[in-house]
Structure formats: structure tokens, C-alpha cells
Design a protein around this ligand. Structure first.
Ligand code: ADP
Ligand code: MG
Length: 327
């Protein structure tokens, strides 16, 4: 058995937080109330986060240490990293040209950001992903569910139904595997994600979608003097998302609008909101724009592993389509 197998990298030794040595029922309940429902989520938490949520410092420290021991976060060799990366999965976007651009689809354990102006197709793509992740693996899906946090009231079950039918999936089953919540404010959005780990585990969620990531933050934190607190909150929110994606081997997808501030005026291309926070934590950034003949153009703007490039796609009644119609 390799050390990776022994380590059971992503499987915690203890099933629930209450099983951890030194953690009593009361602490476990309290942790659950503040959003730490699994051993994995606790292992990647910081003492500061737990204290801020109302736990005593000593208890927080003890809880985190026990969780970390149980899931064995430790140094590994780069060769072992290769093995871990073997468990990375790709999720099809349901669109062949976009999949090609992305080197196969969206990668799990990573955040992919789609940004672009209003109507560029971000929400359509998100809904498509909530369906395509449900496809069997031989068709590029992960036979899994989707978590969908909608902040702009644009998710439509009717649209999902259309997309499901085209992919030969039973709409009712597809809708049941999309766990949906509407976020009414940035704070609500953060709370939803902080409480998501139980729901992700229970529903075998493999794609976590936040559409839009930045909308509430942008409208609530206006003006220069609120820029710093906004960035701090966004940073915390994005970090929570990447932790969830890593722990549950899920793909994370966020959308972002483009800025029309003077900063953008000097740039040749529109600038996504959220500045360097969004850029640093999103692993792959894709810019969506409208092209001629009602096409959309997706462009890789930043990626640790993809070459820059762009590709056309089309939003049709059937979903997001590539060049299958042309060939
Ligand atoms: P945003 O980037 O603002 O989230 P959307 O993803 O909501 O943009 O894209 C909206 C666009 O998607 C619409 O302008 C329309 O062109 C297209 N669209 C939406 N539904 C359909 C459909 N059923 N058939 C064809 N095109 C559609
Ligand atoms: Mg939208």
C-alpha cells in the first residue's frame, strides 16, 4: 500500500466532529451551528475564524488540531502530489469548443471564474454546468450533483429542464440534484457557503456555483473607503470556496462582472471586479464577450496550466453549444 493510500488523504479518520478526541457534544453542536459540520472543514479552519464565530480560543485550537491529526495534513513529495493530482477530475461544460479551450473541462479542486458584461452568458453557462456535472463519467460528467448559489435571481428551473432534455437526462431527476439557494446580501451569501459542507457531502456535490460572486459585494460596498473591507470579505469568501473545492474534490465556478470604473478606461479590455483578490484565488479566469452573429467568445485570460486562447460558443434553446452543428 502506498503512503498515499495509507494517508487516505481526503478521508478523515473520524466520521463526525463529535468523534474527535477531546471534543464534547456541546462543542460539536456549537461548531455545527457556526458552519463546521465535517471533520474536513474543521481541519482547514483557522483558530481566528472559530474565535470570531464565538468559540473560546483554547477550544478552537484543540478542535482544529484534533481534526488535522485525523485527516493528516503533512508534507508530501512532489511525486506523491502526482498521485493526488491523479484524483483530479474534469467536468464537461457541455460545450465541445469550450471544453477544448479548457483542456477537457473544468478541473476539480480549483476555482474557475467566468467574467464578462451583462448578457455575455455567464448565468447560462452556470446552469449548463449544474446539468452537465450530472452526466455519467463516460459523457464527461461526474454523475454528481450541483450546489447553486444565485445572487441575482436569474436561475430558472425551466431553463435547466430544456438543457437536461437535450442531454437526454430526466429533468425531474436533474432538478432534484441541484441544491439551490438564493443569497439576498453578501453576508447571506457568505453564510450560505460557510454552512455548505454538510449539504455538499450529503448530496455528492461535485460542482459549486456562485452566480454572481461579486454582485452583492459591489453594490453594498460602494466608494473608496469601503474598498478595503470589501476586499477582505471577498478574500475570506473565496478562501472558503477553495477549501470546499479541495476537501470535496469539487469544481468551483464563480461569475464576475466587469468594471466600468475609470481604471477600466485605460485598459484595452474590460477589467473584472474584485481586483487582485479574485484573480489570485481564481485559478482559471475566462472572459466572455458577445461576438458577431449572436456568438459568444470565451477567452482564457489566466490559467496555471492552459495556454491563452479563445473560442466561439453559442447560447441556444438547447444550452451552450460548440461547433457540433457546424461539423
Ligand atoms: P449574464 O452574463 O448576464 O449572466 P446570461 O447568461 O443571463 O448573461 O445570458 C443571457 C443571454 O442568454 C440572453 O441575452 C439570451 O441571448 C441568451 N439566452 C437565454 N436563454 C436562452 C434560450 N432559451 N435560447 C437562446 N438564448 C438564450
Ligand atoms: Mg447572470
Amino acid at each position: 500500500m502506498s503512503s498515499i493510500d495509507q494517508r487516505e488523504y481526503f478521508a478523515a479518520k473520524y466520521q463526525t466532529i463529535a468523534d474527535l478526541p477531546g471534543i464534547g457534544e456541546a462543542t460539536a453542536t456549537k461548531l455545527s451551528e457556526i458552519g463546521y459540520k465535517t471533520v474536513q472543514s474543521l481541519a482547514t479552519a483557522s483558530v481566528r475564524e472559530l474565535v470570531a464565530a464565538g468559540l473560546g480560543e483554547e477550544t478552537a485550537d484543540k478542535a482544529i488540531k484534533a481534526a488535522r491529526k485525523s485527516i493528516a495534513i503533512e508534507y508530501i513529495t512532489a511525486q506523491e502530489l502526482v498521485d493526488i493530482r491523479k484524483s483530479l477530475k474534469m467536468v464537461t461544460t457541455g460545450c465541445n469548443t469550450l471544453d477544448r479551450l479548457l483542456g477537457g473541462g473544468l478541473e476539480t479542486r480549483s476555482i474557475t471564474e467566468f467574467y464578462g458584461e451583462f448578457g455575455s452568458g455567464k448565468s447560462q453557462l452556470c446552469q449548463q454546468l449544474a446539468v452537465s456535472v450530472q452526466l455519467p463519467e463516460e459523457y464527461g460528467g461526474l454523475d454528481a450533483g450541483a450546489l447553486f448559489i444565485d445572487t441575482e435571481h436569474t436561475f430558472r428551473p425551466e431553463r435547466v429542464t430544456q438543457m437536461a432534455l437535450y442531454l437526454g437526462l430526466e429533468p425531474k431527476d436533474v432538478l432534484k440534484k441541484i441544491i439551490f439557494a438564493e443569497a439576498y446580501s453578501s453576508e447571506h451569501q457568505m453564510i450560505l457557503l460557510e454552512n455548505a459542507d454538510g449539504v455538499i457531502k450529503e448530496n455528492n456535490i461535485k460542482v459549486i456555483i456562485i452566480d454572481s460572486m461579486t454582485g452583492h459585494f459591489r453594490s453594498e460596498y460602494m466608494g473608496r473607503e469601503l474598498l478595503a473591507p470589501r476586499q477582505q470579505k471577498l478574500n475570506q469568501h473565496m478562501h472558503k470556496l477553495i477549501k470546499l473545492a479541495r476537501v470535496f474534490n469539487a469544481a468551483a465556478v464563480v461569475t464576475n462582472q466587469v468594471s466600468s470604473t475609470p481604471d477600466a478606461y485605460f485598459s484595452r479590455e474590460p477589467v473584472p471586479i474584485g481586483g487582485h483578490i479574485m484573480g489570485h484565488i481564481s485559478h482559471t479566469r475566462i472572459y466572455l464577450r458577445k461576438g458577431r452573429n449572436n456568438l459568444r467568445i470565451a477567452k482564457v485570460v489566466a490559467s496555471p496550466f492552459l495556454p491563452e486562447g479563445e473560442t466561439p460558443l453559442r447560447i441556444t434553446a438547447r444550452g451552450i453549444e460548440g461547433d457540433e452543428l457546424d461539423s
